[in-house]
Design a binder for this molecule. Structure first.
Ligand SMILES: Cc1cc2nc3c(=O)[nH]c(=O)nc-3n(C[C@H](O)[C@H](O)[C@H](O)COP(=O)(O)O)c2cc1C
Length: 226
C-alpha cells in the first residue's frame, strides 16, 4: 500500500479485485441466491456461542459507508439475563400499548400475516441482543456538540451489513422496533447523544415456521433508463 498527501490530506492507494464478466455474473447470482435465503425469525435457540462471532459481525457492520465518515453508531451487545429480562418487560409494555391502542386497523391488518403480537419471549431466549444506537452528534472535549450527517441513512446501511453478516455466520436475527424505543437508552444507560435505532436478537436457528412471503419481482422495483 502506498500512502501520499494530496492537498494536505493523507490518502492511500486502493485496488479492488477485478473479476471477469463471467465471474461477476456468477458471483452476483450466487450472492443474490444466498441473501434470498435470509429470513426474519421470531424463535431462537437458547444455545450460547462465542462472543467473537458477534464481534466479527459488528466489525463487518462497521465497514458500512457513512456521511462524512462519522460512523454515527454504537452497537450494544446484551448477554446478561437480568438486562435481557428488563428489556423484554419494557418492550412488551410498549408493544402491548401499540397492539391494543396505538396501531391503526390498517397497520394491524398488515401485521396479521406475520403472526406477531405484544409478547416477545425471544428477547430472553436469544443468547445475544444487539441494540443499535444512532449517534445524533458527538460531544467534543470542551462540550461542543459536533453534528453527524445523514445519520439514519448511515446507521440503516450499517444495519443492512449487520444482518448480512449474521446470515453469513449461519445465525438468525429479528429486526425489532418495539416503539417508542426510548426505554433502551435508559436501561443501557446510554449518553444523551444516542437514540435507539434497532433491537436485533441474534441466535442459532431452530426449526420454525416463517410467513410465506413474496419478494417483489425485478420489474416491480427496478426502472432502467437506457
Ligand atoms: C425497520 C424494520 C422494523 C421491523 N420491526 C419488526 C418488529 O418490531 N417486529 C417484528 O416481528 N418484525 C419486524 N420487522 C421484520 C419484518 O416484518 C420482516 O423483515 C418482513 O416481514 C420481511 O420478512 P423477511 O425479513 O423474512 O424477508 C421489521 C423490519 C424492519 C426492516
Amino acid at each position: 500500500m502506498k500512502d501520499k498527501i494530496i492537498e494536505g490530506h493523507p490518502y492511500t492507494s486502493y485496488h479492488h479485485f477485478q473479476f471477469s464478466a463471467k465471474e461477476m455474473k456468477e458471483r452476483s447470482e450466487e450472492f443474490y441466491e444466498w441473501m434470498n435465503k435470509r429470513r426474519t425469525v421470531r424463535e431462537f435457540s437458547s444455545e450460547d456461542f462465542d462472543i467473537s462471532i458477534i464481534e466479527n459481525i459488528i466489525k463487518a457492520a462497521s465497514t458500512a459507508p457513512s456521511g462524512a465518515n462519522k460512523q454515527p453508531w454504537t452497537f450494544c451487545v446484551v448477554k446478561h439475563p437480568a438486562i435481557k429480562k428488563k428489556i423484554r418487560e419494557a418492550a412488551e409494555k410498549e408493544e402491548y400499548e401499540s397492539y391494543n391502542k396505538r396501531m391503526s386497523e390498517e397497520w394491524l391488518k398488515d401485521l396479521a400475516p406475520l403472526g406477531t403480537n405484544w409478547q416477545k419471549p425471544f428477547l430472553e431466549t436469544a443468547p445475544y441482543l444487539i441494540v443499535v444506537f444512532k449517534r445524533i452528534y458527538e460531544i467534543e472535549a470542551g462540550g461542543h456538540k459536533h453534528q453527524n450527517y445523514y445519520v439514519p441513512e448511515s446507521v440503516g446501511i450499517a444495519c443492512g451489513f449487520l444482518l448480512a453478516a449474521i446470515h453469513e455466520a449461519g445465525l438468525v436475527a429479528l429486526t425489532h422496533t418495539p416503539s417508542p424505543m426510548n426505554f433502551l437508552a435508559k436501561i443501557l444507560n446510554r449518553p444523551e447523544n444516542e437514540r435507539a435505532f434497532l433491537l436485533v436478537p441474534v441466535g442459532k436457528p431452530v426449526e420454525t415456521y416463517v410467513p410465506k412471503l413474496e419478494r417483489k419481482m425485478l420489474d416491480e422495483m427496478m426502472v432502467v433508463y437506457k
